[in-house]
Design a protein around this ligand. Sequence first.
Ligand code: SF4
Length: 425
Amino acid sequence: MKKDLDQDKTTSFKEITTVKHGGHKIRTGRNIIDRSKIGKADTTFQGEKIPNQFTGHTFKNKIEKYRLDGHKLIYHLDRILEWQRGERIAPIQIDMGLTKFCNVGCIYCIGVTQGGMTKGEMIEPDALMRFIGDCGRLGVRSIAYIGDGEPTLNPGLYDSIILAKKLGMDIGMATNGILLDMNHAHEMLRDSTFIRINLSAADPDSFLRIHQSSKSNFSMLIEKIKSLVSLRNQNNYDCTIGIQMVLIPENFDQVVKLAKLGTEIGVDYLQIKQCSDTEYKEIGINPDDYKKVENDLKEAEKLSTENYLVKVKWNKINILGETDLYKGGFRKYDICYGTPFLGQISGNGDVYPCGPFFGKKRFYMGNINHESYYDIVKSDRYWEVQEDIIKNVDVHCDCAVGCRQDYINKFLWDVKNPPDHINFV
Ligand code: SF4
């Protein structure tokens, strides 16, 4: 075979002796290729391409469809430039709860630690509509109903989705799905960018154990997800439908099962994420435990197909190792610059820079039940809090591990701390 290669090369390329190069030999001691012959050779040899024939790609990288384990701030350079000029920017995205209560009791719920849950407490529907209008005026680009209580318990949910879309914003929702009103399924699927079902168990017994909801709700939920997928497909709506698993030792045995279930019910993706704990470790997560489930996570990822993605958030699961974000349990940035770009609002309407700071009065910025969000974002108070975070918060000690802003914080840290010689790109 080696002989064939050499023979082929002599017909394709002329090798130049080292004499022409002043006797300089390179480390292999082989002759140097005559580059004037490049492009004139046969394009293949033994099934492989010879380099520099310029006849097309040998390998195609799969384009990331959703980028679930990363960020997309790089596509908002205009807002970054405004921020660098010191302007009082509007958030690109807002994550918010719509309520402060829930119809299930997931055993990993961080909402319980962030100011607690109170039945009936929510953002009032009128205030919610006013808030959506304010976001449109400010130039907010997306709103995600993520976090705190269950959004389907807020009667204003469906109208707010329609209004947000009408005002040109993208809107998505994470829900346990049990109370999703299928009478509103068409508007939801038409106007939402994504609907993500929080499902961390793959059978009725585990559903009861992890979500503390009845076994019968499990089957009902699965049927509901299937109906959503089918309605979406029949009507060619663009809405992405996914499921999210929060990984805790109690559901390690569910990883592969859930990945298989995702294929069966036709969702677009299953995202498997770390369980974020508080700075006081109230949920009792030991990131070291994730090592025990690594093989299952890899097996689950292999179930990905052209139309179904199983995505493990390795960047955050491997917090004790080294990832893009962490090294040995420490973040790879020292200052949180992300909160003006990604705002967070509690399910009772309180505006704070981020979820882990809900209930810490020092960082309270206002409440959208009583005030205009537009005015809050323009206020001195809002920017004093942002400044307080930059100057006084030690992200390695004062902050919850795996917070939402981690990805963009790392990016903004790099923007703020350029290396020498940046013009040598
Ligand atoms: S780094 Fe700290 S201040 Fe910044 S968003 Fe995360 S928890 Fe909040």
